[in-house]
Design a protein around this ligand. Sequence first.
Ligand code: ZN
Length: 264
Amino acid sequence: MKICIDPGHGGSDPGTTAAGIKEKDITLDMSLYMKERMEKLGFEVIMTRTSDTTLRWHERAEFVKKSGARLCISNHINAGGGQGAETIYSIHSDGRLAQLILDELGKAGMKKRRAFSKKSSLYPGRDYYYMHRKTGPVETVIVEYGFIDREEDRKKLIDTAFRNKLAEGVIKAVCTYLEIEYKNPDCNSCDNSNTVKIINAEIPPFLKEGKTCIQLRTLVEALGGKIDWYDKTQTIVCIINDKKLIMQIGNPQIKIINLQKNQR
Ligand SMILES: [Zn+2]
């Protein structure tokens, strides 16, 4: 499952600022944390930027649109005198993910403001925000964690531990939304072997004459094995746990060899 994380602003665009704190730095820090954590949970994560670089708005939107991600989390910090977290979803979405994120941010200790969507007055029937209007099929939620110009919010936002709690809230909401198991970062009883991992099959399983067919590579790699192809002899060699399987295109016989520990 591919997820796009968009650290708002960057480079020559600092975003909102107050008391020497810049939105672009906070959003990057939170996004890098999210990336690492989501990868641990088995997601494939791509980011619009991973350092303090300038991205023009259409470049950012185009990147998300072409990313092939299931969804995009666009991280931002608000300004303008309010207080608390807001999430913004597309007018073409049901807003469920945005509401889940807002609820988790509330549980993490941020005041909840609202989850909302906004129509464009310039382009009828379209979104106001370009991150919704120009990101194509990628379901994007803009997350405004708090107000940089509100001292109470700012204190929380400059506290790394608190920020990480907020990031965990977003990850939890994404997991709930996609029905993927969430695991706490400091869960001692967590068995890493149970970590959810998703492999994308090049060829999805299909039925042929009432039998299930699945691409061998998908199956072998899902089982933690290794697969090699030998073009000259049209032979496939798979190693899964303590077994080596040798098969040839068109030959119904599959040779299975038990491997010794040192042969694996
Ligand atoms: Zn922003």
